[in-house]
Design a protein around this ligand. Sequence first.
Ligand SMILES: [Zn+2]
Length: 206
Amino acid sequence: MAATCTCCSTSVDWWVRLRSHPDLPICHNCLAGLNGQRDGQLQLMTGTWLITGFDPIFKVADVTRSVAWFDGAGFETSFHDDTYAFAHRDRNLTIHLAQAADDELPGHGVLYIHCQEADRVAEEWRQAGIDVEGPRDEDYGKREGSVTDPDGNVISLRKPHSRRRCRKPMTRSRSQADQGARFGGRHLPSHERSAPPLARGTEPTA
Ligand SMILES: [Zn+2]
């Protein structure tokens, strides 16, 4: 099921729409353009500088080995050259994998990522043969886990605190059409139906 974006007229499989005008689909590219407009305005409003993204750089001993590891961990990887590569995940995360120079020690990088599906990520990593710590409930109220890449760079995984929930979660008894209305226009594939792309600050229904 496709829709035509109200903004750019492209036919797309996935889209968002205004709550007040569910008949006006907006494609992800145009949504990103709107976010860019907002960022420009925020910069004008504050009269200062605005961070629109940030990437960690992990120093590694062997870029090819690191790319293979991040591949196995479910990242999309690409080489800039023999000494520099990238591991991408989703829209926002790019880890730079930089060959450590002669006077540099590889490792020592740390990255903290937030994910609603922390346990699912951990399970996928385990199935890929990666040693995963946790996730477990910590006494300070978070659920956290971590993995370590071949150089000792650490990726910590944290499930957002349930108190950040801002609306009642969906129940599974609701129709697909209702889910479509809330999450966009497309019916969710069955494997995502139990874990729909939630708005920030909400919790999965499982
Ligand atoms: Zn569009």
